[in-house]
Design a protein around this ligand. Structure first.
Ligand SMILES: Cc1cc2nc3c(=O)[nH]c(=O)nc-3n(C[C@H](O)[C@H](O)[C@H](O)COP(=O)(O)OP(=O)(O)OC[C@H]3O[C@@H](n4cnc5c(N)ncnc54)[C@H](O)[C@@H]3O)c2cc1C
Length: 390
């Protein structure tokens, strides 16, 4: 099968899919609404399953050069910073799953994917193409763009994020629920951060209704953090709402200096907040000649740090399914069979993890999780998108 494949969205999922498909010899055009390719300034944790996929696509060197390679992650108490749990993210995972965790700056991963896509086909990514309409007939899919332009492809992949216009056009809008959580993200230049609060550099801090995760990215030049808090009402979704150090520090009043020091140091132009919204998993991801991938297919809460991981897994499996099939129906059936159960499982586990982390009694939390990570023992890493049967 050699269709012309359109992808809406050049985020991490869309670019990974483009790369996997181009490497398999397919013809691909990616339509991205942004006028330039860029990712937000934030960190991303990549599990062993995503590492297998990225190695398979030739990005091993980027992971080695740019990512932080945590050996242990420490979970600490919110007020006094005492260790509640130690979790191995390195050698033990390599022994069991053949790969480890990597902590990257989103832009470093996004840049590497974009460069690899353009090396395969310099014309593959079309920028400033905001898709506003999708319709299909027996022979192809028509796209309409906000500037009045159009395109026709044989097969379409909606990789346009959790608010996916492609999904909304093809399946109708999904119900959205505010989760009761808001989040902040920030990047602090590492040379400002006192070393004694970085033991070890990758750390989680849990407290009543609050959670902070921080780790180095960009070869250790920056310290990334994300902080969650419960809030009754919130209206805005999105990644680029400005906040202030004063607002953040007021929310984390009484927390250990291991957390507050980082918040005091974050440059205000590197500090953003947003509300977390949840959507029910879809019963099917494909209709006719259109399928979905990443957050468009299975929006996910960030408590296990697995949204991009799933998008990367989807991309590799979709390319393998298309390569193994002689029709679009067959390709989408192979893709969904290999992916839907896995993605739904991780989406539901992420919801549960949000509740576990936010246990107001941190000491009982420590008893429950002693010696194991929230993601250990539930099979989160026992999936390999490169070898999963399609
Ligand atoms: C606080 C937080 C922390 C997270 N941490 C992690 C983590 O540690 N590890 C992890 O794996 N995941 C993490 N995630 C999740 C991860 O960021 C997402 O799941 C991932 O980015 C999804 O990728 P995607 O390609 O599906 O969508 P996106 O990254 O949202 O990309 C969608 C793309 O589509 C484009 N687009 C949208 N609409 C249109 C349109 N109409 N026309 C054309 N283009 C369009 C957008 O501009 C964008 O480029 C986190 C998320 C949050 C909120």
């Amino acid at each position: 099968m050699q269709p012309h494949i359109g992808i809406v969205g050049a985020g991490i999922g869309g670019l990974t899919a483009a790369l996997a498909l181009l490497r398999a010899g397919q013809r691909v055009t990616v339509f991205e609404q942004a006028p330039v390719l860029a990712e937000v300034g934030a960190g991303l944790s990549l599990s062993p399953t995503a590492a297998h996929a990225l190695n398979h696509l030739g990005l091993h060197d980027m992971l080695q050069a740019k990512a932080h390679h945590p050996e242990d992650q420490c979970v600490r108490h919110w007020r006094d910073g005492r260790p509640l749990n130690w979790v191995n993210r390195g050698q033990k995972l390599i022994e069991r799953y053949g790969e480890r965790y990597y902590l990257v700056h989103r832009a470093d991963l996004h840049d590497a994917l974009a460069a690899a896509v353009r090396a395969c086909d310099p014309q593959a990514v079309r920028l400033g193409r905001r898709c506003t309409g999708v319709s299909q007939d027996a022979r192809g899919v028509d796209l309409a763009f906000v500037d009045g332009g159009t395109a026709r492809v044989d097969l379409l992949v909606g990789a346009d994020g959790s608010r996916s216009p492609v999904r909304n056009q093809v399946f109708g809008p999904l119900g959205v629920t505010y989760t009761g959580y808001i989040a902040w993200r920030g990047l602090v230049p590492m040379h400002l951060v006192p070393e004694d609060i970085l033991d070890p550099p990758s750390g989680l801090f849990i407290g009543p209704g609050h959670l902070v995760n921080r780790y180095p990215v960009r070869s250790g030049e920056l310290l990334n953090f994300v902080a969650f808090a419960e809030r009754e009402a919130w209206t805005e979704e999105g990644w680029a709402i400005r906040s202030s150090r004063a607002e953040l520090l007021a929310e984390f009043e009484g927390w250990t200096p291991m957390v507050r020091r980082i918040m005091e140091l974050v440059p205000e132009d590197q500090l953003f907040k947003w509300g977390l919204f949840d959507r029910e998993p879809l019963a099917a991801w494909s209709k006719g000649r259109v399928t979905l991938l990443g957050d468009a297919a299975h929006p996910i809460l960030p408590f296990l740090g697995h949204g991009a991981v799933l998008a990367i897994e989807d991309a590799v499996v979709l390319a393998r399914a298309i390569g193994a099939s002689s029709s679009i129906d067959e390709a989408f059936a192979r893709y969904e069979n290999a992916r839907r159960e896995r993605a739904t499982f991780v989406v539901l586990e992420s919801r549960k993890a949000g509740k576990a982390f936010h246990d107001p009694d941190s000491d009982s939390y420590a008893q429950r999780v002693k010696g194991k990570a929230a993601d250990e023992g539930i099979g989160l890493f026992s999936y390999n998108p490169v070898t999963q049967p399609v």
